[in-house]
Design a protein. Structure first.
Length: 275
């Protein structure tokens, strides 16, 4: 049973990857639109760009914990900007995870459903040179299974600092969230997260880069650090502008109870440049 479930997760991820691989081949031609492919790639590398997009981030991790668990997680991540004034935007970012995991919480266990959602609101002034945004981050207890969520509502600060020139984006985003309400019988939530990124784009809309994600669980006294070299491309399918990206998830730091042996990520993002 364990082997069959692992194979099913791998087959699902490979099916998505094969589809994205087929599509990314066509991404070498620049979309015929008012905004160039490279400009769109640069905006997608900027977490506070004034651009509506809906990324679907597929993650497969393998060899988790003492039971060598496997986890498939798709993060639905819409980004919706609001213009507050000529010099200030509000960029709202949402992450809703859908999880299918086996042998993660115990041997011969299986959980499927929604995990907790994260909502971030960046107030981003229009600046030259250094780009930054600050605002609140929220943890929303949307999990449909006990082991997939915290049953806690949380809040904390978030920040983004980056520099972007044509073709080059470098920076970091971070948040710290504490639980403030929820099920008193569940452990408090106290977690820091940061992502460091470096991306180079090309006129075709292709991009290469590297990211590192650090998650520090203060309540559980655990740290997980991954490094991910990545490749991506902008293309159009009919009238729909899209971005595709692939990357390995390479764990470099983490306790054996939470650290996977390896992982893969495939992202497809629907982009609405005229919105």
């Amino acid at each position: 049973m364990k082997i069959m479930r692992s194979q099913n997760a791998v087959q699902l991820f490979l099916s998505v990857t094969f589809l994205l691989s087929s599509l990314i081949v066509s991404a070498q031609e620049e979309p015929k639109a008012a905004t160039s492919a490279q400009e769109l790639a640069d905006k997608m590398a900027n977490p506070v760009a004034s651009l509506i997009s809906v990324p679907l981030q597929n993650n497969l991790t393998y060899g988790i914990g003492p039971y060598n668990g496997v986890k498939y997680q798709i993060n639905i991540q819409p980004v919706v900007p609001f213009k507050l004034s000529d010099n200030l935007n509000l960029i709202t970012r949402y992450i809703l995870p859908v999880v299918d995991q086996q042998d993660v919480t115990g041997e011969n266990t299986h959980e499927f459903g929604l995990s907790d959602a994260t909502v971030t609101a960046f107030f981003a002034p229009k600046t030259k040179g250094i780009i930054f945004g600050v605002g609140p981050a929220f943890l929303v207890p949307t999990a449909t299974e006990k082991f997939l969520g915290t049953e806690k509502f949380g809040i904390g600060p978030s920040v983004l600092v980056m520099h972007q020139g044509k073709g080059l984006s470098i920076g970091f985003l971070a948040n710290q969230i504490w639980s403030v309400a929820g099920n008193a019988d569940r452990a408090d939530f106290n977690q820091f997260y940061t992502q460091l990124f470096l991306t180079h784009s090309y006129k075709s809309g292709a991009s290469i880069g590297i990211t590192s994600e650090i998650t520090q669980n203060w309540q559980g006294n655990s740290t997980l650090i991954t490094v991910s070299p990545n490749v991506g491309a902008i293309t159009k399918l009919g009238n729909q502008t899209m971005q595709f990206a692939f990357m390995p998830l390479i764990p470099v730091v983490g306790h054996s109870n939470i650290r996977p042996d390896w992982g893969l990520r495939a992202v497809v993002a629907f982009i609405f440049p005229g919105s």
